[in-house]
Design a binder for this molecule. Structure first.
Ligand SMILES: Nc1nc2c(ncn2[C@@H]2O[C@H](COP(=O)(O)OP(=O)(O)OP(=O)(O)O)[C@@H](O)[C@H]2O)c(=O)[nH]1
Ligand SMILES: [Mg+2]
Ligand SMILES: [Zn+2]
Length: 349
């Protein structure tokens, strides 16, 4: 029997109970028009599934009732996706099973609760995953070198997409404690969850696995940070390709496409390719809205002399005062300013 969207079929199918699922719209969206159909029932003979991988040659893998279907896009919907409407892993799709076993056709994409992407400069942004509960930000202490700004950039992406971030400091075997101290001085107090791992030393792997259990996560971070290594560490059967440190930094990415992997403990995780230029996919993010994505700046909202203070060089700015008084980390203020300038420049283009 085809499930209808008036029932919360999706969390049940995946064993999920997250309250964030309330965000789901009900009703179908016609990918050609972006308009929700008012009829909440799925078309006769169709079922809703989870897009787990984009195959080559226009084939997509969809998980439906514990089965894997290889699907193509129905011709009439193929060309109708705008850049942000393209299918991506994590999308919920309406599938019509084919006459051949294990085959089907994607008829429509269901509305998204969230989407995370990366900028590509002038080009349209590339989406990483849709409908994720958690953005797992993997950074290495060294090789590639850790920077606070990279961390702030990823945290901003998560906040803009309204996805819960989890920070993983990997390669802790290469850290003399400096990176850990730098991070712990600032981020836990802001409410961010931080894990410390080392695949090489087998450190923190269990906590990492536990943090993924029961939800849909996307693992992001610079190339070479150890994203695929961490996932292989929690389940060797994934057999994800691991890069050679020597080849890193030469523009080579070991992981290429995104794929959702099923977790033994329930839930899904997407390994993603390392990101070189991480832009804000929410192209409609106003520079003035950026302050709300930094919790410590958001807390001071409305307390500067000027109501439209950008917290850069205005007189009597509560944020600058906070930095001077040691209540706000200078690195956070610097990250904010850099991202603000970027957003402003993007608006002018
Ligand atoms: N010293 C050390 N090396 C690690 C650790 N984790 C991973 N590595 C090494 O880092 C290199 C890159 O690992 P990958 O897992 O391929 O990195 P990735 O983040 O998936 O990279 P992309 O797929 O290119 O985005 C490999 O040589 C790993 O063996 C760690 O905890 N400590
Ligand atoms: Mg990888
Ligand atoms: Zn200000």
């Amino acid at each position: 029997m085809a499930p209808t969207l008036t029932q919360p079929w999706w969390p049940r199918a995946l064993g999920l109970t997250r309250p964030a699922l309330d965000h789901y719209h009900r009703g179908l969206v016609n990918p050609a028009t972006g308009i929700a159909d008012t009829d909440p029932a799925l078309p006769f003979g169709c079922a809703a599934g989870l897009l787990v991988a984009s195959g080559r040659g226009g084939t997509w893998e969809v998980e439906l009732d514990g089965q894997r279907l290889r699907c193509r896009l129905r011709d009439s919907v193929r060309d109708d996706f705008d850049p942000l409407g393209r299918l991506v892993v994590g999308d919920r799709v309406v599938v019509r099973p084919g006459s051949e076993p294990g085959r089907g056709a994607i008829e429509a994409r269901l509305p998204r609760r969230s989407q995370v992407g990366r900028g590509r400069g002038e080009k349209a942004p590339t989406l990483i995953a849709a409908n994720i509960d958690q953005l797992v930000i993997v950074l290495s202490a060294r090789m590639p070198e850790f920077t606070l700004h990279t961390l702030d950039r990823y945290l901003t992406i998560a906040a803009a997409a309204e996805v819960e971030p989890l920070v993983v400091l990997n390669k802790s075997d290469l850290d003399d404690g400096t990176v850990q101290a730098e991070v712990e001085a600032v981020y836990p107090a802001l409410g961010y969850r931080i894990l410390r791992t080392s695949v090489t030393a087998g450190l923190g792997i269990e906590s990492f696995a536990a943090a993924l259990a029961g939800c849909i996560s996307a693992v992001v971070g610079p190339s070479g940070a150890g994203k695929s290594s961490l996932l292989n560490a929690i389940d060797p059967s994934y057999r994800l390709r691991i890069g050679q440190v020597m080849a890193m930094g030469k523009g080579r990415h070991t992981t290429t496409g995104s794929r959702l992997l099923r977790l033994d403990c329930g839930g899904w995780v997407a390994d993603t390719p390392g990101i070189k230029t991480l832009g804000l996919v929410e192209t409609d993010l106003e520079p003035m809205a950026l302050q709300h994505l930094f919790p410590e700046l958001d807390a001071l909202f409305g307390t500067c002399r000027f109501a439209n203070c950008t917290h850069r060089s205005e007189p009597d700015c509560a944020v600058s005062r906070g930095v001077a008084a040691g209540r706000i980390a200078p690195s956070r203020h610097a990250s904010y300013q850099r991202l603000f300038d970027e957003l402003e420049a993007a608006r002018r283009r």
